[in-house]
Design a protein around this ligand. Structure first.
Ligand code: FAD
Ligand code: NAP
Length: 561
């Protein structure tokens, strides 16, 4: 059977109109609302809750047929968070925080989606949404400063504010490989996994891609499949999660300490309560350095990238961390030749997101798992029954899993026709890379906000707290406009210029530009090479945007009625 790899719902699935009192039940009826929110992931859900709570008439649209965002789409085996569940959850409601019991240190996809459904039910968010419906365009009327929003369900409505919460990792990337359409077996993408799951039992499976998604899925697919071939273009740094079930006592302690945990997270660089070592790498003895690496290794996963504060700025410090990692990983892989392939040589550790895995390296000790390096020998074509490499090697397969990532940070927004002042298309304005003020506003696009996207910490930090940070700022901003009788808010061109330069300069002072990462758009052919997130840290960014609000929104123009 052929599986869809696009994840787009068929036309029969739409439209289903939400029960928002402000809108009729007929999807073709034009309507006026205060706010349109696009997306029902972590960010969109909180935006609907908070803005509706301020009395705004809010309509939400979601391409999927339910809430969850990333956790709705990425149902591949092994999908789980890489920020501890206790931190990767909303902080805005103390009762919610206290009543929800996470079962594991790093929750798996089904549990996270259950949590987001619980949030949607608890705060009655679903009625605000129209599901199985994509927003296709948003166009500014310069006279009224209202936005006309259109959907693929044929609905047309106008809104004073448009809030994009479309996700940094929601637009799947399938590489253009010759003959891909000829393959007769099962094909799926980790980011649009079939709802009914995929039974790999008895199949010869090929996984293309060894980023976080591939690395999480590979050990589980290996357990099911008759044989697994892993096609690796670039090796990645991965660290065992050290995942464990959470017992009652641990949960009780975590919940009792939540206030302090959240306080530290809000001050931190990455939106979790962990901080780097107080000293720089070479200010401590070799023993202390090793003990620090060991402790971070035990803590698990992505946090290793910030063991020492200079690890992502000083090449020698980075190399010391890398050497410890290599020693550990070589200890996990039995075949030295396989270990050689699994050790990255093309980027400093941490400059692509360190993967948080469960038994990844051990999977290559199995007789039924083979690692194929595509370095110097790329996939040439896909045929009806397998994959052919440039050197003529043919790998016979019954199923291909694309774990090939996303058109990150800008992909989802690019798919919407957004037109601001003078009919300018946002896609054109961003053709050389995204240009924002604080990640929140773009000059020429008044009352349009893009949440947890480029120009903000977003994917560099715990995105749940990033979502709360942005939505809370936005809620205060809209209240400010209404209190003072302002019709609109618009970033100034100078503020955008300054912020773009600041984001660029901050990134240039680190080792991040040395990696061909999706942070830089390097995974998408033809995408401009621009470091997209704000890298200065979650806490620092929080102070910057709070200061902007306190100053009466400096850098923005407030437009009177
Ligand atoms: P999303 O969850 O991506 O939601 C956006 C929604 O918008 C989607 O449901 C999409 O269907 C919808 N949409 C997009 N365009 C349109 C349109 N035009 N019309 C209608 N609907 C539209 N971050 C962490 O901090 N910690 C983690 O552990 C972590 N794990 C991750 C694991 C995976 C597999 C992936 C892919 C990402 C992970 N991330 C993690 C990053 C993740 O993107 C964020 O944590 C967070 O889930 C993003 O939430 P969001 O609401 O901003 O976007
Ligand atoms: P990714 O990191 O972009 O990895 C994509 C993989 O596909 C890379 O190994 C890439 O190789 C490979 N690839 C792409 N095109 C290819 C081609 N034409 N031929 C061969 N290989 C090709 O994507 P991802 O793994 O989906 O992860 C994206 C991000 O989502 C992560 O960085 C993380 O932020 C988030 N995520 C988090 C978790 C979690 O642990 N909670 C899980 C999944 C995803 P190259 O490296 O050579 O380009």
């Amino acid at each position: 059977m052929k599986e869809s790899i696009t994840g787009s719902p068929g036309p029969a699935a739409r439209p289903r109109v939400g029960a928002d009192a402000s809108v009729g039940a007929d999807a073709s009826v034009d309507a006026d609302v205060d706010v349109v929110v696009v997306g029902a992931g972590v960010t969109g859900l909180y935006a609907v809750h908070r803005l509706r709570g301020l009395g705004h008439r809010v309509r939400g649209f979601e391409r999927g047929d339910d809430v969850g965002g990333v956790w709705y789409w990425n149902r591949y085996p092994g999908a789980r968070c890489d920020v501890e569940s206790v931190d990767y959850s909303y902080s805005f409601d103390e009762e919610l925080q206290q009543e929800w019991d996470w079962s594991e240190k790093y929750a798996a996809q089904p549990e996270i989606v259950r949590y987001l459904r619980h949030v949607a039910d608890r705060f009655d968010l679903r009625p605000a949404y129209t599901f199985s419906t994509s927003v296709t365009s948003a166009e500014l009327d310069e006279e009224t400063l209202r936005w006309t929003v259109r959907t693929d369900g044929g609905e047309v409505l106008t809104a004073r504010f448009v809030v994009f919460a479309v996700g940094c990792l929601s637009s799947t990337h399938v590489p253009d490989i010759a003959g891909a359409g000829d393959f007769l077996g099962t094909v799926c993408h980790t980011g649009a996994w079939p709802r009914e799951g995929v039974d790999f039992g008895g199949l010869r499976v090929g996984v293309i891609g060894t980023g976080s998604s591939g690395i999480q899925a590979i050990p589980l697919i290996a357990e099911q499949a008759a044989h697994l071939t892993v096609f690796q273009r670039s090796a990645n740094f991965s660290i065992p999660a050290g995942n464990d079930p959470l017992d009652e006592e641990t949960r009780r302690r975590q919940k009792a300490g939540y206030a302090e945990r959240r306080r530290l997270s809000r001050l931190s660089g990455g939106g979790s309560p962990h901080t780097a070592h107080r000293s720089a790498t070479f200010e401590v003895s070799a023993e202390e350095r090793r003990a620090a690496y060991e402790e971070r290794w035990r803590l698990g996963g992505v946090l290793y990238s910030k063991t020492f504060p200079d690890q992502l700025t000083d090449p020698a410090a980075n190399d010391a961390a890398r050497a410890f990692w290599e020693e550990k990983v070589r200890g996990l892989v039995e075949e030295p030749a396989t270990a050689d392939l699994l050790v990255p040589t093309d980027h400093p550790i941490g400059t692509k997101r360190i993967v948080t895995d469960s038994h990844y390296y051990e999977a290559f000790n199995r007789d039924d798992v083979r690692l194929v390096s595509l370095r110097g020998n790329p996939i040439e074509r896909i045929e009806a029954t397998g994959i052919v490499l440039a050197d003529g090697t043919r790998v016979e397969l019954d199923a291909i899993v694309f774990a090939t990532g996303f058109d990150a940070m800008t992909g989802a927004l690019d798919r919407v026709e957004v037109r601001g002042r003078g009919g300018r298309r946002l896609k054109d304005v961003w053709s050389g890379g995204p240009r924002t003020y604080l990640g929140l506003g773009v000059d020429g696009f008044p009352n349009l906000f893009n949440l947890t996207g480029p120009g903000s910490p977003s994917v560099m930090a715990n995105v749940v707290l990033c979502a709360e940070q942005h939505v809370d700022w936005l809620a205060d901003c809209l209240a400010h406009l209404d209190e003072r009788g302002h019709r609109a808010i618009e970033a100034s061109g100078e503020a955008v210029e300054e912020w773009v330069a600041q984001c660029r300069d901050r990134a240039a002072a680190t080792l991040f530009p040395a990696a061909d990462s999706w942070y830089l758009g390097a995974n998408i052919p033809g995408k401009p090479r621009v470091f997209m997130p704000f890298i200065g840290g979650f806490g620092v960014y929080g102070e910057i945007i709070a200061d902007v609000a306190a100053s009466g929104y400096k850098g923005f123009t407030l437009i009177p009625e």
